[in-house]
Design a protein around this ligand. Sequence first.
Ligand code: GLY
Length: 575
Amino acid sequence: MLMNVKPSFRNLVIPVIQVLIFLFLFKAAKSQDNKSSAIDSKYKKGMVVCATPLASQVGLDILKKGGNAIDAAVAVHFALQVTHPEAGNIGGGGLMVYRAANGSTSTLDFREKAPGNASANMYLDSTGKVITDLSVNTRKASGVPGSVDGMVVAHKKLGSLKWAELVQPAIVLARNGFKISKRLANDLNRNRLEFVKNNPKNTYLINENGWKEGDLLIQEDLAKTLELIRDKGREGFYTGPVADLIVAEMKTGNGIITKADLENYHSVWRNAITGDYKNYHIITMPPPSSGGVALLQLLQSVKKYPLNKWGFNSDSTVQVMVEAERRVYADRSKYLGDPDFFKVPVDSLINPVYNQKRMENFNWNTATLSSAILPGNIAGYESDQTTHYSIVDSQGNAVAITTTLNDSFGSKVFVSGAGFLLNDEMDDFSIKPGVPNMYGLVGGKANSIQPGKRMLSSMTPTIVEKDGKLFMVVGTPGGSTIITSVFQTILNVIEFNQNMQQAVNAKKFHHQWVPDVVLTEKGALDDNCKTSLKRKGYKIEEKGAIGRVDAILVTNDGYYEGGADPRGDDTKLGW
Ligand code: GLY
């Protein structure tokens, strides 16, 4: 029997309010999915976190088709070339750290190499002075690209789906075009004059009327290049029409990459370097990354201090971390370079006792002066535009890849007819001892230019285990701030109990020995902390954004929880 209930104001309004509250909370939760904090989505079967929503979707589709983490990584890499031209690269290189579900690890170095005709003084004038911008915005600034070889080599050893299936989504995005984000429109407009200066034949990255959010970016030449890579693998890039176009581009300026340089480029498998921090095991990138060594040094340097008790970004926490960073970056300037050319004393540098000893002259009352810190005595490195992606699959295989053109849009030199930009990675060498590169980093012999040598990198793709199980996959762009951003993100989770998204969102700070200044994002340090540090002699300067971390955490109950950096268009997708 139906009850005849007279609708009262209360009976009508309360449910409506309840529905509105529910809708509001639902919307808030959804919009927080990428940006924030307490409400977070967890996935069991796999996850992709990278710099653009379209590339994340490409990676997720591959996982859903049954592809593994490496298959998804290859597909994401090529999709980023199309959708993230600031840093996505086939004209650049990168570093990969991989951990299989069974716990075995490997790393792949597909960093660019100095061309055969490179020489130590190639960026100096006849009086020995550095020629401004020669190592940055010119054809001569490019190292021999490693990305295509890296993807081919990784796929051959560890992939499971067909190569062509992994390159195809990028071809579709390049040929059909995609609607650009506000961020990409602004980035392209900001770099317009450089594109025009470096590319008299024009590039489709220039829009005479200025780019707007939602404009369609179609890249037909790039689609053709990607088809050659799809059909011929590495030969589609390092020989044949694409190689011819790269060499022809070199000849329109002062470029020195030859066909032989391209043919001879090969990626290298290297053993991961590892270290322990409490009950966590860190698996990270060996040289030519300086990032892995420095990360392990930093963790060893702060291990004995009660950071958790002091609290997140408290004055004591920040002081200890800054002093550790000062010492570690001093070491970086002297001891880090391409291990195929320079004997890097990795074991001595990552030794816990050495790093704890380095902290002995730290004084709570006064900032150590960087001028008083020399590299240690050892026997025996976006706009910072690099990009990082983290992927895990349903079996638990995990991959962390950081990859770069160096500067935003690399050298701004577009390979005419082939549809992609070349890197300006040669600036990551020490072009003259003691002269800072674009990130203010100094170096010497270990990182001097030699033909065929790989330039030192700060890229720090890293995987963390807890109690022998996969715990975190992490990395970021940001030039010299890569190392300190990865360091802070790991500590934010381990010491300060933040979830993955909170750890990524958290405001960062950075010190790199020289210049002797603590760089912070606005709001990273509260007034008390800043006053206390300044009183002790620390110079503090605010910088725009630090880092663009994309990371995945495995929760205690075995779910994947992502952290996609809100500083960019970064997106986490899982299933
Ligand atoms: N080009 C940035 C880095 O490799 O450190």
